[in-house]
Design a protein around this ligand. Structure first.
Ligand code: SAH
Length: 460
């Protein structure tokens, strides 16, 4: 059978793919269908036909899935932020649980471990403490601020996001008004001209402090004093800054920050630890779930107060300081210098003296430390090593050094279960065993899932 674009078929959706797309089959030919859910019977229109599989969109839902629910957000189908808002929250959690299990088994060949049920949220809305609104213009030069449509850079105008905070709307309104009043152009990705690129907003949920950072393709924002005055009318406004990004491409933030108001950071709390957060530093986006995530990491570390701990990819030192109170010493490594500045300050403001922080790539800093010690005739060891890498996971040289340092435990915090499975599989081949896994739903309505994994050294 030859399938072609625009052909329409009636199919049952059987599975959900890793990106939230429905998967169905016509006589063994697989179709990936955006916005379709397992249990749906649909008429699918083929949008792209490859030899063995194709892509399609929903032409008509004939029988909706029992797990289908009305999305809270009007933009859910268009916005690239939430991929699975039409799936009931219960079914979302099941999907994520299965995703983690399957990846561990299929990619890492990992079995015989204790899998905990995913920790979900009671109220899975308004959980995000951070928003990054792209700023652009329509073809008539009208300013558009909103969200990127799925897998594109076209901006859907919208100032309400149901997974974000209410204050976002006001900030977006004030920035737009400022641009209109003073004729300030939005950045154009094609031409590289124009000024305002993004608005970054962060709120510290525990203290109510708000940070706004305007990303610009220029050295300054015209009339920023007036904008600062307006933004300060928003309750909780604590830090206002500009970020300079003159690079083409889709990296949101540049390296330079110009402070317009405040000390350059906001302060939040997770558990009883205080954290200063600056615009360039990474900070978990869902504070309620972060507490559960870090508590699980702490539990898996099994500290008694005598341990030497490394926290690799430590950001502003959140996990490091969470662990430091229960360990002999903690060393954190992070690539962003401003995050390490925050981490060092954070140790001081929490009166923690047994934490030390290093700027650099984990895969360079740890091997260099190990080699240096070796030169001095010392074999560097650790009791517990925590890693919390970005989606691409850990570098092999880092995993080798971890193995050489023979920690009793490796606590792997992951935001991508596929790379976690790959790395945990590697560690299982080198003397470690995955003993317990805890998925945490940090990102309701998206396909993303966070996982904490406890690996133990075998025969230790
Ligand atoms: N553990 C922290 C941060 C986790 S996010 C927290 O929970 O808040 C991953 C962090 O790794 C980011 O701060 C990112 O800047 C940093 N990072 C990315 N690549 C890195 C590398 N090669 N070496 C060290 N840090 C890196």
């Amino acid at each position: 059978m030859n399938y072609k674009k625009n052909d329409i078929y009636t199919i049952n959706i059987e599975n959900l793919g890793n990106n939230g797309e429905g998967i169905g089959r016509i006589d063994g030919y697989t179709l990936f269908v955006k916005d379709a859910l397992p249990g749906d019977v649909i008429k699918a229109r083929i949008t792209k036909a490859n030899k063995n599989y194709g892509y399609a969109r929903v032409e008509e839902i004939i029988t909706p899935s029992e797990d289908r629910t009305e999305p809270v957000c009007e933009q859910a189908a268009r916005c690239g932020g939430c991929q699975i808002q039409t799936l009931s929250y219960e079914a979302q959690l099941e999907f994520k649980q299965r995703l983690v299990e399957n990846n561990l088994k299929r990619i890492g060949k990992i079995e015989n471990y204790h899998m905990n049920p995913i920790i979900g949220m009671e109220q899975p809305y308004n959980y995000r403490n951070k928003a990054q609104f792209p700023v652009g213009e329509d073809k008539d030069g009208n300013i558009k601020i909103g969200f990127y449509a799925g897998r594109t850079h076209s901006i859907i105008e919208s100032d309400v996001c149901h997974i974000g905070i209410d204050e976002n709307r006001n900030v977006v309104y004030l920035v737009k008004q400022h641009m209109q009043k003073y004729g300030i152009k939005a950045y154009n990705e094609q031409t590289g001209k124009g000024i305002v690129r993004h608005i970054l907003i962060r709120k510290a949920f525990a203290t109510g402090q708000i940070m706004v950072c305007i990303v610009i393709n220029a050295d300054n924002l015209p009339h920023h004093v007036q904008l600062t005055e307006e933004l300060l009318k928003i309750q909780g406004m604590t830090s206002i800054s500009l970020n300079i990004n003159k690079e083409k491409g889709n990296v949101i933030l540049g390296r330079k920050v110009i402070n317009l108001y405040g000390d350059g950071y906001i302060t939040d709390m997770i558990g009883d630890v205080k954290f200063r957060i600056s615009p360039l530093a990474f900070y978990q986006v869902n504070p309620a779930q972060t507490n559960k995530l870090y508590s699980t990491a702490l539990k898996y570390a099994g500290l008694t107060g005598n341990e030497t701990v490394w926290d690799l990819y430590c950001g502003i030192g959140t996990i490091s300081l969470f662990l430091a109170k229960n360990a002999k010493s903690v060393k954190g490594v992070e690539i962003i210098p401003q995050a390490i500045d925050n981490a060092r300050d954070n140790a001081v403001i929490n009166d923690i003296q047994n934490a030390e922080f290093f700027v650099g790539k984990a895969e360079e800093v740890l091997p260099a430390y190990y080699d240096e010690q070796k030169k001095n005739g010392i074999k560097a060891t650790a009791d517990v090593i925590v890693v919390d890498p970005p989606r691409k996971g850990c570098d092999m040289t880092l995993l080798d050094t971890i193995v050489n340092m023979t920690p009793k435990k490796v606590v792997y915090v992951s935001c991508d279960s596929a790379t976690l499975a790959r790395d945990a599989g590697y560690l299982e081949k080198h003397g470690y065993k995955v003993v317990e896994v805890q998925p945490v739903d940090m990102f309701p309505h998206t396909v993303h899932v966070e996982v904490v994994t406890c690996l133990q050294r075998v025969n230790s």
